[in-house]
Design a protein around this ligand. Structure first.
Ligand code: 13P
Ligand code: SF4
Length: 312
């Protein structure tokens, strides 16, 4: 990297030269979203990864997302700008604990949220995202019991929606559990014209206040279709970049968090560990590369593919 070099320009040039694409989640830094070929939620990015004919996929997101892209594209090079971009939710479900749990409930269908490791996916009947979880569950015989992992908040939400017999894993996302209900209610008093929208990884007391609950892309679609002067948005703050572009005249307020931090809003440090400079270097040097063992990838592919078929 040379001082004064226009990183975004160089990234665009390298993408063309190497037949590479950049997939970016909505929680990525705005300057990364701006150089991406697709910006989307976990489902849309998996679909884009499944369909691409690029030789290289740079996944501007977190590890489990890049790993899923690799499982869908075993012969392609999948790169992640920072290998430390993990996920607290995926970490809350270690294989050493999950495997005996699944074995102890052989009659249960295993549905895992995409925010988990490839090893966990390999033990699953279905993978789902917050966009298609209801659709996936409705594919399972009505009386069959279900294990849902790793997110207990999304799981509880799904039990409420479907009334299904579900055994929940006790995992959660630090970022979505950081919202403060008292501060949120105060903010509502200050802005009585604001509507709350929330991601289902948030806790039940937060979800109860929301007019709409959905995935990141679901939330963006919702604000587009329901013009309102103000929205309070309970998910990672990075989503505001794309959302604001879609509804430029709407005031978007991030939901407040318990601990005061630099932005007084909920930021995912894992998502933010990718920077434009790391994205440039990753594309230039074609590293760090994601590898998944063949044995695990073949098993994990089955429930991911099942999800993609159901989501067409
Ligand atoms: P979606 O973008 O699929 O709603 O999920 C967000 C997420 O959990 C990434 O942390
Ligand atoms: Fe994981 Fe939560 Fe960050 Fe999403 S916001 S990547 S679930 S830690």
């Amino acid at each position: 990297f040379m001082p004064g070099m226009d990183l975004q320009h160089e990234i665009l040039r390298l993408k063309k030269e190497k037949n590479a694409i950049i997939l970016s989640h909505y929680y990525q830094r705005p300057e990364i979203q701006e150089v991406a070929d697709h910006v989307g939620d976990s489902l849309a990015l998996s679909q884009a990864a499944a369909q691409t004919d690029a030789d290289i996929i740079v996944f501007a997101g977190v590890y489990f997302m890049a790993e899923t892209a690799k499982i869908l594209n075993p012969t392609k090079k999948v790169l992640l700008p920072d290998l430390n971009a993990g996920c607290s939710l995926a970490d809350s479900c270690p294989i050493a604990d999950f495997e005996p749990f699944v074995k102890a409930h052989p009659e249960h269908f295993v549905v895992t949220y995409i925010n988990c490791s490839a090893e966990i996916k390999a033990l699953s009947d279905y993978v789902c995202t917050s966009s298609n979880a209801l659709q996936v569950i409705s594919d399972i015989p009505e009386t069959a019991p279900i294990i849902f992992a790793p997110d207990k908040n999304l799981g509880n939400y799904l039990i409420g929606k479907t009334g299904r017999d579900m055994l929940l894993w006790e995992g959660s996302c630090l970022v979505h559990e950081a919202f403060c209900i008292d501060k949120l209610l105060d903010l509502c008093k200050e802005h009585p014209d604001a509507m709350i929208i929330a991601h289902p990884e948030s806790e039940e007391h937060i979800l109860r206040t929301a007019s709409f609950i959905g995935s990141t892309s679901g939330m963006i679609t919702y604000v587009k279709r329901h013009p309102n002067k103000k929205y309070i948005v309970a998910t990672e703050v990075g989503i505001l970049h794309e959302m604001q572009k879609e509804v430029p005249d709407t005031i978007l307020l991030p939901a407040p968090v318990v601990e005061d931090n630099s932005c007084a809003c909920s930021e995912c440090a894992f998502m933010k560990s990718n920077t434009l400079l790391k994205t440039y270097r990753c594309l230039r040097d074609e590293t760090p590369e994601i590898e998944v063992s063949r044995a695990i990838a073949e098993k994990a592919w089955v429930p991911i593919e099942r999800m993609l078929k159901l989501s067409k």
